[in-house]
Design a protein. Structure first.
Length: 277
């Protein structure tokens, strides 16, 4: 059975992501693992805090969330509480998962909550797909997916497998969006050859779009809003793309980041089970 790892800090954004994960898991026939990581007690607090009691307290919170998720979606939910650094624990536990699903706080807290956060680090370092759920996003089957890409070759053998599995599971229509900068000469054949989608996705519906826009990120955001897509997929070769994508949406006061989930596919997926396949 496929396994979705859902890190949580019990915040509003994290609980919303967990609820999204429950509905998503039911549709793709996966099980959930809720993961809560809490910090190592300092020497001062260690005097008054019993580590066993602390562990039980965190597990008690997880148990309540798991019970809630089972109630709303009737899915298998396991949970674990671990002491340490969240980014390190997530890296360890991702070996037992096929997808990581995480929450993201709203735009008003963007700089502090996303950049430099656990979500950010995970997006940078993970070897499996990560589905990021904005705080205001509510579950909707991803029937329309925008795949934002460039025409550079993909290096991972199975990089697109998670996207293909989504397309098949939900009968999704995928808009392959290659933002062509003004005065840039990129032929359709060059772009198609670059991301090698044609040979992998012949059995699913996908449409190619080459909008002309001076700014790459602005073009992605504009396209996503225009087509009212349910999910955006990116392959962040350079982390700056992720940062610019969210910062631009905030500065332009667009609703993109507030309600559209984003699936980030690692470039070098290699032979790892690619998320949902």
């Amino acid at each position: 059975m496929k396994t979705i790892l859902v890190p949580t800090d019990f915040s509003k954004a994290a609980i919303n992501a967990a609820e999204y994960a429950a509905h998503f898991a039911k549709d793709v026939k996966a099980k959930l693992i809720l993961l809560h990581v809490y910090p190592v007690p300092t020497p001062v607090t260690e005097i008054v805090i019993n580590k066993e009691e602390l562990q039980k307290e965190h597990e008690s919170h997880l148990k309540k969330v798991a019970k809630h998720l089972k109630k709303i979606a009737d899915v298998e939910v396991n949970y674990m509480a671990k002491m340490g650094l969240a980014v390190h624990i997530i890296q360890q536990e991702e070996r037992n998962a096929t997808l990581i699903l995480m929450g993201m706080r709203g735009a008003d807290k963007f700089s502090k909550a996303l950049m430099g956060s656990t979500t950010t680090f995970t997006l940078r370092k993970t070897q499996i797909p990560v589905l990021v759920i904005p705080e205001k996003a509510k579950y909707k089957k991803p029937e329309k997916i925008a795949f934002a890409c460039d025409h550079d070759p993909l290096t991972g053998v199975n990089t697109l497998d998670a996207l293909k599995a989504l397309m098949q599971a939900f009968a999704s229509k995928v808009y392959v969006v290659n933002i062509k900068r003004k005065k840039e000469s990129v032929t359709v054949n060059e772009a198609m050859a670059g991301f090698r989608l044609e040979s992998k996705q012949n059995d699913v519906v996908h449409l190619y779009y080459f909008p002309e826009k001076a700014d790459l990120v602005e073009g992605i955001i504009e396209f996503a809003n225009e087509k009212k897509v349910d999910m955006i997929t990116i392959i962040p070769r350079r982390y700056s793309l992720l940062e610019r994508l969210f910062r631009k949406s905030v500065s332009k006061k667009m609703a993109f980041h507030s309600h559209i989930p984003m699936l980030a596919l690692p470039v070098n997926l290699g032979s790892i089970d690619a998320g949902l396949s």
